[in-house]
Design a protein. Structure first.
Length: 169
């Protein structure tokens, strides 16, 4: 890679790593996995950076690569077997300090199916338009609207269920 292209990539990575990490966290609800996803995204983008940089803005492409990395991670056999609902021995820093997302919302978002969660996160957390989300997900705008509507319905039900459980505890 030419030094100018490498400098452009470093500038892009420095500017977009934190927003990508935040989006990844909203998708997976795990800071460590979010960092891994961003790293994998940047590695994949680095390999094709000279071609990308010539084609124009690359933010949507970065989100698409991040989403694909997350979906690939969800398909891994050890992710299907692993259950992350146990008690952690140390107390982490509350996620709300970093993202504005409460524990209730994080738990409820984990109940939403993968593709619906991706549509919700890209639409409302990454603040993309329906057309931009459709471009990132590689589907029609109608699919984005239906996935978002169904996801929001599932999210509302999960929040209500979690609030009910919290009141009864």
């Amino acid at each position: 890679m030419r030094p100018a292209d490498e400098a452009d990539f470093r500038e892009f990575a420095g500017a977009r790593a934190l927003p990508l990490r935040r989006t990844a966290y909203f998708l997976c609800a795990d800071w460590h996995l979010a960092e891994d996803l961003v790293q994998a995204t940047l590695i994949k983008m680095y390999a094709v950076w000279p071609k990308l940089a010539r084609s124009g803005p690359v933010d949507n492409y970065a989100r698409k690569v991040l989403l694909r990395c997350w979906l690939d991670e969800q398909r891994r056999p050890w992710r299907r077997r692993e259950r992350r609902d146990g008690v952690v021995p140390e107390q982490p820093v509350p996620a709300v300090l970093y993202t504005g997302m409460t524990d209730l919302l994080r738990q409820a978002l984990a109940e939403v199916p993968v593709k619906q969660r991706a549509a919700i996160v890209l639409r409302y957390c990454a603040d993309l338009s329906v057309a931009e989300v459709a471009a990132v997900l590689g589907c029609s705008e109608g699919t984005v609207k239906s996935q978002t509507a169904r996801g929001l319905e599932t999210l509302r039900d999960a929040v209500a269920k979690l609030e009910l459980v919290g009141r009864n505890s």
